[in-house]
Design a protein around this ligand. Structure first.
Ligand code: SF4
Length: 628
């Protein structure tokens, strides 16, 4: 039976409970069960940084039991933006380890009286003094924890200085690059004086039909490794997206002023990274895709800097978004961001915004403490990053106040700040030309979210017959058309929610646009072999819808912001300036009509609230049910 541990940091007390089968089947695990636990355990209306906020860690339902299913989700009331649904997930090894240690979810309440780390091993949970770790970065801290516990097999999820200093967009990190980013889960962890959670488990999994699971595992392995995307992703990882997205005119350049970055040509690409920097290929637990890299900078001012990653988001966020075409600077920033535990999207987004304010003369050296914020100024980029993490200078002010910092600066600075639900718009993204993706990202629970809203198949001009087969309804092939796109957005949001509740990595699924990767059918196979259930594709789809609606009523309860929070940043309604998508933009009336249709499909009111009938249909009318 899967277990949840309720951990009270204030009283240093742990209570363990079996997860009722009924709750497990309704919400699965990972994001879904985290959402259930948050809705049930969080006292309504609390300040995100108060001890009353609840920080929940959850492994996916099948984590540790299938290929590429190693993700864990962290959920709380958000530290970033309007204080709504905060959630984020990370790959690596921690998730499977927690499962093997006997827990699927941890509900962390209260606040420790001193820096603390949790040591979880085979059903035991210990509170340990973390004073010797406080003030240290994530790389150092993990090594010190290994020394303290006498084993490098211990997996650690932790915060760096950014989380300790309550930076609103601090991450929870794991390993050298794995990050639960967005919505400031690291900030919440820091507010609880919780430095780390170290885990080691040897208990194995509870599997209903082990022989069948082994066969399924082998099938899924073969399936993932025989797709067309496999050789590319296992060599370059997400860096391979960069050139395609830049040359398609779908990238944010200089804080979204442009959509193509000519300076990147011949400088920023995946092959240059491989030839000049890459030292190793790495993977998460049981993942044949091995999309990750280790690197070392061989020469120049950052000689010897090493780390893991970077992802497309780092490359684009610290590249074109801030007007920089220098790989060394991107990699140096990547190492710092992982050591401090900062979110890539928000950190680079705020730096890009400050650079545009400088360009327009809205801020000058008096505001920056002497830093010259010209586009691509490497020293300034890295200096702001240090400041954010350490809460010093202008960067420190941004880290503490995030979207409120536009008000602090004044002088019309808010005009160039692109946030949604008060959270920094994902800085590298510029998908305004694509209708389903714009809608699905903007209506995502945490706002501006490609991990929930990217409708990759929209970009490939696939025949309508194939799209209809996948989505079950007619969808236009042209990414500029709205026909069928509200449904495509809804379908994608439910799919990604199920993926994040089961614990799969999205790259092993059809999410990146590879229709031969894992989908609902394969998810059912694994769930049924592990749990002995008889779930169907339809049931899983409805589960995705249930979780999505639960998050929505959480947002309604905690913020009251519904329809007005579902609109993309203002820049999406302005035309793209450069080819090949010159002139493309969203049109407000069209977007609003699509939003109406999206609400109608969902069974929501015109204001964006789930109706009573919808809540009853999804068995949400009983929440909070307090079954855990
Ligand atoms: S595809 Fe990459 S991020 Fe996903 S599980 Fe595999 S190695 Fe990890």
């Amino acid at each position: 039976m899967e277990q949840v541990a309720i951990i009270d940091l204030s009283a240093e007390k742990v209570t363990c409970q079996d997860i009722p089968e009924e709750v497990l089947r309704l919400y699965l695990g990972g994001e879904g069960l985290n959402a259930y636990l948050l809705y049930n355990h969080l006292p309504p209306g609390v300040d995100p940084l108060s001890p009353d906020n609840v920080l929940i860690f959850g492994t996916g339902l099948v984590s540790g039991g299938d290929v590429s299913s190693s993700r864990f989700e962290v959920t709380a009331k958000s530290a970033e933006g309007e204080g709504g649904f905060g959630t984020s997930n990370s790959g690596g090894f921690w998730s499977a380890e927690l499962k093997y240690a006997g827990f699927q979810h941890l509900v962390i309440k209260g606040k420790a009286s001193r820096p603390t780390y949790l040591w979880i091993h085979d059903g035991e949970i210990e509170f340990r003094d973390a004073s010797f770790l406080w003030g240290r970065d994530t790389y150092e801290s993990q090594e010190l924890i290994w020394d303290d516990l006498g084993s490098q097999q211990v997996q650690v999820a932790l915060i760096g200085q950014a989380g300790e200093n309550l930076v609103r967009f601090a991450n929870i990190m794991h390993g050298l690059k794995r990050a639960a980013g967005r919505t400031g889960m690291g900030c919440i962890m820091g507010s609880k004086m919780l430095k780390a959670i170290a885990v080691r488990g040897t208990k194995g999994l509870n599997v209903n039909n082990p022989a069948q699971l082994l066969e399924i595992y082998a099938d899924h392995y073969r399936q993932i490794t025989s797709t067309k995307i496999y050789p590319v992703i296992s060599r370059y990882g997400t860096l391979t997206i960069f050139c395609v997205q830049n040359q398609s005119g779908m990238i944010s350049v200089k804080n979204n002023q442009y959509n193509y970055f000519a300076e990147a040509e011949g400088h920023l690409d995946d092959e240059i990274f491989e030839e000049q920097y890459k030292t190793k290929t790495l993977a998460c637990f049981a993942c044949p895709l091995r999309c990750s890299h280790r690197y070392r900078i061989p020469s120049g001012p950052y000689t010897g800097v090493w780390g893991e990653g970077p992802e497309f988001y780092m490359m684009a966020g610290f590249g074109p978004a801030v007007g920089n075409a220098d790989w060394d600077c991107i990699l140096a920033a990547n190492t710092l961001i992982n050591r401090y535990g900062l979110d890539v999207g928000s950190t680079s987004g705020y730096i890009a915004w400050l650079m545009e304010l400088w360009q327009r003369g809205i801020i000058d050296e008096k505001d920056t403490g002497g830093l010259n914020l010209e586009w691509g100024n490497k020293e300034a980029i890295l200096a702001l990053l240090h400041q954010m993490a350490k809460n010093e200078g202008l960067g420190g002010m941004i880290g503490q106040h995030a979207s409120q910092s536009a008000k602090i600066i004044g002088r019309g600075a808010d005009r160039y700040l692109y946030t949604q639900r008060g959270m920094m718009h994902e800085s590298p993204q510029n998908t305004r030309a694509s209708r389903a993706t714009s809608l699905a990202e903007a209506t995502a629970s945490r706002g501006s979210d490609h991990l929930k809203g990217r409708c990759a198949l929209e970009f490939f001009a696939m025949p309508t017959e194939i799209l209809a087969k996948i989505y079950g309804r007619p969808i236009a092939s042209d990414f500029r058309s709205w026909d069928g796109k509200p449904w495509m957005a809804v379908w994608t949001q439910h799919f990604t929610t199920v993926v994040d509740s089961l614990g799969y990595c999205k790259f092993a699924t059809i999410y990146p646009g590879s229709t031969h990767n894992l989908g609902y059918k394969q998810f059912c196979e694994t769930v049924n072999a592990i749990k002995g259930w008889d779930v169907t594709v339809e049931e899983l789809m409805e589960t995705g819808e249930r979780i999505w609606n639960l998050e929505r009523i959480f947002i309604q309860r905690e913020t009251g912001i519904l329809r007005e929070g579902d609109i993309p940043p203002a820049i999406y309604f302005q035309p793209q300036p450069l080819e090949p998508l010159k002139g493309e933009k969203l049109v407000r009336d069209e977007y609003n009509r699509a939003l109406d249709e999206y609400y109608e499909i969902r069974g929501w009111t015109k204001e964006g609230a789930p109706t009573k009938e919808t809540l009853e249909r999804l068995k949400l009318d009983r929440e909070p049910s307090h079954l855990i």
